[in-house]
Design a protein. Sequence first.
Length: 83
Amino acid sequence: MKTDLHPNYQDAEIRCACGNVIKTRSTRKSVLIGICNLCHPFYTGTQKFVDTAGRVDKFQQRLIKTQAAQAAAAATKSAKKKK
């Protein structure tokens, strides 16, 4: 085998934005992450559930308005052609 083929595997620190430090081993000396198990909403229990029914209602209301506007535009266009 070739010598010096593999990277240097050393002690490392993983630092989160919340201040949590995790000791591990890696080829990099330190790793910066934005979210960890101490501040992630799924693990902390502060996860918010999305109101899907509200989203569906909003979409249906927008759809009705769009269809009404398209029908009105088509009616005015046909009225102009008849003149």
